[in-house]
Write a protein that binds this ligand. Structure first.
Ligand SMILES: [Zn+2]
Ligand SMILES: [Zn+2]
Length: 234
């Protein structure tokens, strides 16, 4: 980000100065100025997400959005360490019980094409950082889904409905557990909602969504933050 020679792909100074700490809705992790008075934003009061809480490390805005694409499509990006560190910091600020960490799975076809699941890299790193078990074996994705953002809410539901299942080995082993679902980016919440509905059918006790970045609401996307080292970056 700053262009200085570093041993890490994102130096500590950049991690600090580009991390925008905002009061956020405890349910959906969108910026929410009244978070100190009411935990959930107006949208979540009207329609609650299927998960109990969402925690994000970052907003999905430049320069992070560029680095997140690199993390997603370039296996040896070196970004796992810094990203896990940022997420672990955010999670530690909101203590809650978690017994098992699960990444949002890729379909077998997508996994074969990409070679790795970026959500699993995050989940595995968080398991180590937070001393919790993590597995990418419990959830299965039956099919890839189109980019959900382009769909309206009804099309989105149809596209995602039934896309996931609990793998046969794990049926009966999730009951009563507090689950953390890990994904790289939270945008509409449709994917995490769908998996949460599935987990509830398997009698889990609680669901936390841990994401690396939260897509801001559409009106906020027009004005990405600027910070040190941003000259000509975009
Ligand atoms: Zn830097
Ligand atoms: Zn909310």
């Amino acid at each position: 980000m700053c262009g200085r020679w570093q041993t890490q792909p994102v130096c500590q100074a950049c991690q600090r100065s580009w991390r925008i700490e905002l009061p956020r809705c405890h349910r959906c992790a969108l910026p929410w100025p009244d978070a100190s008075r009411a935990n959930a934003c107006a949208a979540c009061e009207a329609r609650q997400p299927e998960f109990d809480r969402a925690i994000t490390a970052l907003d999905y805005l430049p320069p992070w959005s560029g680095l997140i694409s690199r993390f997603k499509f370039q296996r040896a990006s070196g970004l796992q360490g810094p990203f896990v560190g940022l997420m672990a910091d955010a999670i530690r600020q909101r203590p809650h019980r978690v017994d098992l960490i699960l990444p949002v799975p890729l379909s077998a076809a997508r996994l074969a094409e990409r070679g790795y699941n970026q959500a699993w890299l995050l989940a595995k790193g968080l398991g180590q950082a937070l001393h919790r078990p993590a597995t990418d074996r419990a959830l299965v994705r039956n099919r890839s889904t189109p980019r959900l953002m382009a769909l309206d809410s009804e099309e989105r539901l149809r596209a995602i409905h039934g896309a996931f299942q609990v793998s046969p080995n794990w049926v009966g082993r999730l009951r009563g557990r507090h689950i953390a679902l890990v994904d790289d980016v939270l945008t509409t919440g449709a994917t995490l909602d769908e998996i949460s509905r599935l987990l509830r059918q398997h009698q889990v006790a609680g669901i936390s969504a841990w994401v690396l970045a939260r897509t801001p609401p559409p009106d906020a996307e027009a004005s990405p933050p600027s910070g040190p080292g941003d000259q000509g970056w975009r």
